[in-house]
Design a protein around this ligand. Structure first.
Ligand code: TYD
Length: 204
C-alpha cells in the first residue's frame, strides 16, 4: 500500500497571492516526483456553489448559516481529500478550517466555529498550514485592481485588517497543537516560495 500523502493547506487574506504560491509549490513537488492533488474551498460542489452565491451578495446568508455551509462543504470535501491521501498523493488545498475560524468565528462565536470544525470526526487536521502574511492594504489594492465585482469579505478594508488579526489569534491559539508556518509574503515571489518549500520539506 502506498505511503499516505501529506495534507497541506494555504491560508491568507483575499488578494494575498495564495494561488500563485500554491501553483509554485505544486510545480516544485511534481518536479521532485511527487503526485499532487490540488483543491480548494469553497468547493465546486452543490454546497460550495451555494456558498459562492452568498459570497457574491446575490443570495445573502447570516454568518451562522455561512459557517454551517462551509462546514458541510468541508465534510463532503474530506471524502475526496482522504481518497487522494490514501492513494499516496499529497493534497494542497487553497483555504481550510482556519478560514472559517478567522472569517466566521469573530462574527458568531469563535469557540463554536472552532469546535464544530476541529471536533468533527469527518474533518481531518492538516499536516501543515501555510499562512501568507501580506499587508491588508496591498491585498485590498490587488482586489480592487483585479476584480469587477468584489465578494462580501473583499469589500471593506477594516474587515480585512480585523480578519488578519483573527488569523493571527487563531494561529497563536493552536500553535502547540497544529503545525503552522506564517510566511512574510510581502517579498519577491521566489523568496516566498523558498520559505514555503523549506517548511514543506520538513514534513515530507
Ligand atoms: P478565496 O480562496 O478567496 O476564493 P477566490 O479567490 O476564488 O474568491 O475564498 C473565497 C472566500 O471565502 C474568501 O473571502 C474567504 C471565504 N471563506 C470563509 O469565509 N470561510 C471559509 O471557511 C472558507 C474556506 C472561505
Amino acid at each position: 500500500m502506498a505511503q499516505r500523502g501529506k495534507f497541506i493547506v494555504f491560508e491568507g487574506l483575499d488578494g494575498s497571492g495564495k494561488s500563485t504560491q500554491l501553483k509554485m509549490l505544486e510545480d516544485e513537488l511534481r518536479a521532485q516526483g511527487r503526485t499532487i492533488h490540488r483543491t480548494a474551498e469553497p468547493t465546486g460542489g452543490d454546497v460550495g456553489r451555494a456558498i459562492r452565491r452568498a459570497l457574491s451578495g446575490d443570495e445573502p446568508r447570516t454568518t451562522a448559516q455561512l459557517a454551517a455551509l462551509f462546514l458541510a462543504d468541508r465534510i463532503e470535501h474530506n471524502a475526496e481529500i482522504a481518497a487522494h491521501l490514501d492513494a499516496g498523493e499529497d493534497v494542497i488545498c487553497d483555504r481550510y478550517f482556519y478560514s472559517s475560524m478567522a472569517y466566521q468565528g469573530p462574527l458568531t462565536d469563535p469557540d463554536w466555529v472552532a469546535d464544530m470544525n476541529r471536533r468533527c470526526p469527518a474533518i481531518a487536521k492538516p499536516d501543515l498550514c501555510v499562512f501568507l502574511d501580506v499587508d491588508y492594504r496591498k491585498c485590498k489594492a490587488r482586489l480592487d485592481a483585479g476584480r469587477d465585482k468584489l465578494e462580501i469579505y473583499e469589500r471593506d478594508l477594516s474587515f480585512m485588517e480585523s480578519t488578519r488579526s483573527a488569523f493571527l489569534a487563531v494561529f497563536r491559539r493552536y500553535e502547540s497543537e497544529d503545525r503552522i508556518v506564517i510566511v512574510d509574503a510581502d517579498r519577491e515571489l521566489d523568496a516566498v516560495a523558498a520559505d514555503i518549500l523549506a517548511a514543506v520539506q520538513k514534513i515530507l
